[in-house]
Design a protein around this ligand. Structure first.
Ligand SMILES: [Zn+2]
Length: 72
């Protein structure tokens, strides 16, 4: 079963368990949750979650990719 979590509908500053805090995407201006990776920063707006027998699989369905150079 696949579920979609739409972070753009949440208000800024809200804490989402296991995901992070909702903030404004500097690229498109919509709300999303920041995911930092080495050299790359993602703003996830819509996340897809699939419940498996041994856990949950999540993948970004709609996200903006920001390089750290853009952010700095
Ligand atoms: Zn964005």
């Amino acid at each position: 079963m696949v579920m979609l979590q739409d972070f753009t509908a949440l208000s800024r500053g809200r804490e989402v368990p296991l995901e992070g805090r909702v903030d404004r995407c500097p690229r498109c201006g919509r709300n999303g949750i920041e995911h930092a990776e080495p050299n790359t920063l993602f703003f996830v707006h819509v996340q897809e979650s699939e419940v498996l027998s041994d856990g949950m699989l999540t993948a970004p369905r709609d996200c903006c990719r920001l390089t750290t150079a853009t952010v700095a």
